[in-house]
Design a protein around this ligand. Structure first.
Ligand SMILES: Nc1nc2c(ncn2[C@@H]2O[C@H](COP(=O)(O)OP(=O)(O)OP(=O)(O)O)[C@@H](O)[C@H]2O)c(=O)[nH]1
Ligand SMILES: [Mg+2]
Length: 405
């Protein structure tokens, strides 16, 4: 039997009308739509739009400024210990014991602030500018002493140097080591304390002492095992991305990296080598040109160096000479640390020719890589391990504890 098309259309229209009558009234929705009044259709659409926007933002590369998780190696911190609680002034008065004498208790001591070394902490980025210790609790009647405040602990990485007005006051090099930076104030005395034969009803109490206050500079001596040293745009950040878990910003303009980033290269035997991406160095860095001296200081804190050269540059070997010169000017012997030369951007034309010339001029091992394509990064990772093992042996020979990540 054939059904006339007009009947089908009418049935469909009726069905749609019935469905539209069952659709609930537009209701107030919170969350996705921003809390306005929406019909269900609008609601889902706005969500979709939001999702799309989210996806888009996810794909965007974070700029160096927004990468807040960079490595922080020095901090100025103001520490104010807790004050002591004041002593109480009270007299015991009970039925049948109306003049029971003074019974004001002493206040509790203020809390000190302690710097404690924790192996798990790797940078000073979480250190706040100001810390205040807990105050002691005031004394109470009936000879109740106030509770002494507990100490505030600030966790710092291994190898933190504490300075005050430029003078070193503590060198925290071992896990668990503590340094009481500021002492809490002593609690005040209650009037019971002043009871004597001469004065049977003392009204005297003392307030708690103020906590100590200090401004300290925290500096991290150890930064990473290896430091990537090179001119701006040599591809240091790209290389760190290629060999480790770190995600420093990469861009085709100089001085993209403004703060050091540390990435970890993991090996199968659970050893971990920390590699630092250090901002680019230019000629005259030792007299504070470019980003200046502060980054030479970071290099000083690395146990071995990876000189990263841009093989697309006209004369990569002169870059190497300049880098070594700058390091020597900053600290004699710095350029002699265990090292490797990394010839980056091998995917570009002319790189092979330049590599041959570089190898002819240099006695050091040259590792050709391409951070962009990942070419030969395995050799670099293996060599990094050799440098690390050499460092462990050297530390053991002198009886020192090697820095482990
Ligand atoms: N072709 C090619 N380009 C590369 C390679 N490595 C890095 N680049 C490019 O070189 C440019 C600079 O790379 P970065 O990793 O930001 O260089 P950088 O040394 O960290 O630079 P600064 O942070 O400014 O010191 C970017 O455009 C990278 O894409 C490579 O192996 N081959
Ligand atoms: Mg960089």
């Amino acid at each position: 039997m054939t059904v006339p098309p007009g009947l089908v259309r009418r049935c469909l229209v009726q069905e749609l009308l019935r469905l539209s009558r069952r659709v609930p009234k537009p209701s107030r929705v919170s969350g996705c739509g921003g809390g306005g009044v929406h019909a269900p259709g609008q609601f889902s659409t706005s969500c979709l739009v939001a999702t799309k926007a989210k996806e888009f933002s996810k794909k965007k590369e974070l700029s160096e400024k927004k990468l807040t998780r960079h490595f922080v190696d020095h901090r100025r911190v103001r520490l104010i210990a807790g004050s002591g609680g004041k002593g109480a002034c009270s007299f015991l008065s009970e039925p049948r014991k109306e003049w029971g004498g003074p019974d004001g208790g002493n206040g509790g001591d203020g809390g000190s602030i302690v710097l404690k070394v924790d192996q798990q902490v790797k940078s000073l980025s979480l250190i706040a500018p100001v810390y205040r210790g807990e105050n002691g609790v005031p004394g109470g009647s009936k000879n109740c002493y106030g509770r002494s405040a507990s100490a505030t602990y600030i966790r710092v990485p291994v190898g933190t140097i504490v300075k005050e007005n430029g003078k070193t006051v503590a060198d925290l090099s071992g896990h668990g080591e503590e340094y009481v930076a500021v002492f809490g104030g002593a609690g005040g005395k209650g009037n019971r304390f002043f009871l004597s034969n001469e004065n049977r009803a003392p009204l005297t109490t003392t307030p708690g002492e103020k906590g100590q206050e200090r401004v300290l500079q925290l500096e991290l001596l150890t930064m990473a095992h290896a430091g990537l040293v090179g001119f701006p745009n040599a591809g240091k950040s790209s290389l760190l991305r290629a060999i480790s878990n770190a995600k420093p910003a990469v861009a085709a303009y100089p001085f993209t990296t403004l703060n050091p980033h540390v990435g970890i290269v993991k090996y199968r035997d659970h050893e971990q080598v920390a590699v630092a991406d250090i901002p680019g160095i230019i000629r005259g860095a030792h007299v504070n040109r470019g980003l200046g001296i502060s980054f030479l200081r970071h290099i000083e804190r690395c146990r071995f160096l990876l000189f990263v050269l841009d093989l697309s540059a006209a004369e990569p070997w002169s870059q190497l000479q300049d880098l070594r010169f700058e390091l020597e000017q900053y600290e004699p012997g710095l350029s002699q640390r265990p090292q490797a030369i990394v010839a980056n951007k091998m995917d570009l034309p002319e790189a092979q020719e330049k590599l041959a010339e570089l190898r002819g001029r240099e006695k050091q091992r040259v590792i050709p890589v391409s951070a962009l394509t990942g070419y030969n990064t395995e050799e670099l990772i293996m060599h990094l391990r050799q440098l690390y093992d050499g460092y462990l042996e050297a530390e053991e020979r002198v009886g020192a504890k090697p820095m482990k990540w």
